[in-house]
Write a protein that binds this ligand. Sequence first.
Ligand SMILES: N[C@@H](CCC(=O)N[C@@H](CS)C(=O)NCC(=O)O)C(=O)O
Length: 227
Amino acid sequence: MYELVMANKNYSSWSLRPWVLMRAKGIAFTERLIPFPGGDSYETYRPHTPSGRVPCLIDGGKPVWDSLAIVEYLAERHPGVWPEDADARAWARCASAEMHSSFETLRNVCPMNCGVRVRLGERPPMLERDLARIAELWNEGLTRFGGPYLGGAEFTAVDAFFAPVVFRAQSFGLVFGGQADAYGHHMLALPAMQEWYRAALQEPWREPGHEAEITQFGEITADERTG
Ligand SMILES: N[C@@H](CCC(=O)N[C@@H](CS)C(=O)NCC(=O)O)C(=O)O
C-alpha cells in the first residue's frame, strides 16, 4: 500500500493535494504525518523524502516526491485522476501547472491555516491580481466542462490542486464571483475535504512560524481549532 509522507493538516497545503485526491478517488494509503518542527524543517523531512519537503509518496519503498509528480505517478496507475475528455484534461493540466508555479502573493498573504478566520487589512494589488486569475480559471473550467468540478462531472486532480485555495477562501473570506463561490462551497462539502478539515481542527500542534504568517496581513477573528 502507498504511504504518504506529509505535514500538519492545518497548515500543509502541498500535502493536501495528493491526500485529497487519493481519498476522493478511493486510492488506499497510510499517512506518515510529521509535524512541522518550527524553523528550518529540512533536517526533519530529509530522512523521509529526497527533497527535504513534503509531500512524498512511498510506493514499495520507492519515493515519489513533489505534489505534481505524485499526481502524475498516480494517474499512470489509477483511472480518473485527470478528466477523461481530452480538452478538459489538457485544460486541467494547464490550470494545475499554473497553480503549482504561480500565485505567490496569494500564498504569502493568505497562507493555509484551516482552523482560523482572518479579517484582511489592506490588500496588496498583486493579491487582487491572483484572486482575479483564480476566479477566471475556476469560472472558465466550470463553464466549459459543465461542473460541478473544474474539469467536469467528476472530482479530478485539478480540484485537488485548488483544494488549498478553497480552505484559504474559507479562512480569509475571499470571494471570487460567478460560479466560483458555489464551487468553493461544493468542495468544502466533499467528504474527503470534511475529513481533512475535521482532523486539522483536532491537531494539537501550533507552530509559531505558521501562526505568525497569519497575522502578517490581517487580524484573527475566530479560531475553530479544538486540539
Ligand atoms: N513543489 C513542492 C513544494 C513542497 C513544499 O514546499 N512543501 C512544504 C510543506 S507544505 C515544505 O515541505 N516545507 C518545508 C520547508 O520549506 O522547509 C510540492 O509540490 O510538493
